[in-house]
Write a protein that binds this ligand. Structure first.
Ligand code: XMP
Ligand code: MG
Length: 184
């Protein structure tokens, strides 16, 4: 789905498909270098990270295993509470593995900070984080993120895996929605 398919629901394109692709090229090169000679397990966080995992992993010049986790942050509306529930756990045993958590976005950082602790306690050799987007709020919680695609303003964004009420995940770009979409 592209901008022209959105009618007047689109407010602004923040990051184009081309910009995403170019940045993922750079991140993949860094990951290739950093994990040279090591096994690598990519852990995608459903559902938002589906496109990031797909497009990032295919840019790697080595094989990487892939697993998925689904979590829900209890909380009201669009703010997460830090209380996280596992909806779907990993299939893989993390013992001795080099784990790279792949996320679509870090907002408050509460979800990732919990996830980092949870996965680190399973005997992994290392656990690092890659996120396509990071909001300035994320600075308020101490989470070490090794790979960041883009720092974005503190606005609600959709596309490239990110949704508003499950809509617009399949946009090719990252954008913001016109106010009338939220109003009903
Ligand atoms: P925290 O605040 O714990 O939450 O870092 C991260 C999760 O919140 C969702 N999130 C968003 N989803 N547009 C979205 O579609 C946004 O702008 C946005 N900000 C946060 C997302 O599920 C993420 O994993
Ligand atoms: Mg969501």
């Amino acid at each position: 789905m592209q901008a022209a398919d959105m009618g007047d629901d689109l407010q602004q394109v923040l990051i184009t498909e081309e910009q995403i692709g170019h940045r993922l090229d750079e991140l993949a090169q860094q990951i290739d270098a950093d994990y040279a000679g090591q096994d690598l397990l990519l852990v995608g966080v459903l559902k938002g990270a589906v496109y990031v995992v797909a497009d990032l992993s295919r840019r790697l010049r080595r094989s990487a295993d892939m697993d998925w986790m689904a979590v829900s942050s209890y909380g009201s509306g669009t703010k997460s509470s830090g209380v996280v529930r596992i909806l779907k756990d990993l299939d893989a045993d993390l013992t001795g593995r080099h784990v790279l958590i792949v996320e679509d976005i870090i907002d408050s950082g509460l979800t990732l900070s919990w996830l980092l602790g949870n996965l680190s306690s399973r005997g992994a050799a290392s656990v690092e984080i890659a996120t396509l987007l990071r909001k300035p709020e994320a600075m308020k919680v101490q989470v070490d993120v090794r790979y960041v695609g883009f720092d974005i303003p503190n606005e609600f964004v959709v596309g490239y895996g990110l949704d508003y009420a499950e809509r617009y995940r399949n946009l090719r770009f990252i954008g913001t929605l016109a106010p009338h979409v939220y109003e009903g």
